[in-house]
Write a protein that binds this ligand. Structure first.
Ligand code: ATP
Ligand code: MG
Ligand code: MG
Length: 369
């Protein structure tokens, strides 16, 4: 087993655990934070907790981030308890407070930590194995949006400003083309033209949010399958995790990113674009799952954009890869030559596959509406 990079016994002392620390080990396959599973003894019983060190590279304002997480999880738990759900404590993350009563704790080295009860008898999957999993994940994300739709008080902190501002993302692409700091623009003229031909579409959702025709909601913003715990026995989507990017946004973004990440049969950096296709049966599973929990609160306008959302988020992601390629690979880690260009082309291929199937996708949304 991997060694602990941090002294977790010391971290345990920073939180109001009301149990005795036994041991801990690194856990899970997350790429952003350092996650540990820790065993505690509570009156003779072994119980597990998750301790996580927040990535300071990824999150510049960890305390604001944890304020968001605390508000969202506390509200979700209240709503679940109110509805009489017997499994309420498994259906949402909850923050164990620090000894100072805050949802985070700062260690001797200045690292920011948080602690969650371990969600037992459920696990995450790094790749989607079936339509049933896609459906359950989509249902769980819809459930999360439903629970947070009633969050009272001021809006959440925008922890990553402009995260899904597709209009701004396209502007950044145009800036990178104009600057052409690495002399790569000439080689990617075809790709540049592809994105510029879709510039108007990129601003649709941003404009509708601005005009108030689409509501601003609490959104998750990282709606991958491995951010949902599925029950070990029933396969049911139990709990949405990884709330680091939860902030104000459009429901369209969360659904669109599910379409982008769940409907293609190959990895995001597949070089053989002939293998990349939007699989309709996976889209159907997502629509079915998502609408089963979300249709009661979604507006007609939101529902009308669900099919388009997959294309939008795929274009957005592709434009970010191309921008990074032009800037000399400064944001996304690259593992081979032209990696960001390969990723750009794979997103373009997926977006084209969605374009080609748009009317069938619209029909499916109408079927489950
Ligand atoms: P990503 O690369 O998706 O951004 P991350 O570094 O932000 O990941 P998380 O997704 O929060 O990390 O957690 C990593 C893994 O730890 C999860 O995929 C899940 O398997 C496990 N995990 C996290 N929280 C819990 C919990 N409360 N109970 C059980 N397992 C958990
Ligand atoms: Mg995660
Ligand atoms: Mg994460």
């Amino acid at each position: 087993p991997a060694q602990n990079k941090h002294d977790i016994a010391a971290i345990a002392k920073l939180f109001d655990m009301r149990a005795d620390f036994v041991h801990a080990h690194p856990y899970g396959s997350g790429h952003i934070n350092d996650t540990y599973c820790a065993y505690y003894d509570q009156a003779g019983q072994r119980i597990r907790y998750i301790h996580q060190r927040l990535s300071t590279e990824a999150f510049k304002k960890p305390i604001e981030l944890m304020e968001n997480v605390q508000r969202v999880t506390e509200h979700a738990l209240n709503e679940l308890l109110k509805s009489g759900d017997k499994e309420a404590r498994r259906r949402t993350l909850t923050c164990i407070p620090s000894v100072e009563g805050t949802p985070h704790a700062i260690d001797a080295d200045g690292n920011c930590w948080r602690t969650y009860p371990f969600i037992e008898r459920a696990r995450t999957y790094d790749t989607i194995e079936s339509e049933a999993q896609a459906m359950e994940a989509a249902r769980a994300f819809g459930e999360f949006q439903k629970l947070t739709a009633t969050l009272p008080g001021k809006p959440l902190h925008e922890t990553i400003p402009g995260f899904h501002n597709t209009k701004q993302r396209f502007q950044h692409l145009e800036d990178a083309i104009a600057a052409d700091t690495h002399g790569r623009a000439a080689e990617v003229q075809k790709e540049i033209e592809w994105f510029m031909a879709r510039k108007d579409e990129a601003s649709i959702v941003v404009d509708l949010l601005e005009s108030g025709e689409l509501p601003l909601r609490v959104t998750h913003n990282d709606t991958k399958l491995n951010n949902v715990m599925l029950d070990d026995v029933t396969g049911e989507g139990v709990c949405v995790i990884d709330l680091d990017t939860t902030m104000p946004g459009s429901a369209i973004y969360d659904f669109g990113d599910m379409v982008r990440t769940a409907t293609s049969p190959v990895a995001e950096d597949e070089e053989d674009t002939s293998k990349i296709t939007m699989r309709m049966f996976m889209f159907e599973a997502l629509v079915k799952g998502y609408l089963s929990s979300a249709k009661e609160f979604l507006t007609d306008k939101e529902v009308s954009l669900l099919a388009f959302s997959g294309k939008l988020l795929t274009m957005e992601c592709g434009s970010r890869f191309l921008t990074d390629y032009l800037k000399g690979d400064v944001y996304f880690k690259v593992h081979k030559d032209r990696h960001n260009l390969i990723r750009t082309r794979s997103q373009m291929a997926l977006a084209e596959s969605i374009e080609a199937q748009m009317s069938e996708m619209e029909a499916l949304v109408a079927k489950y509406r």
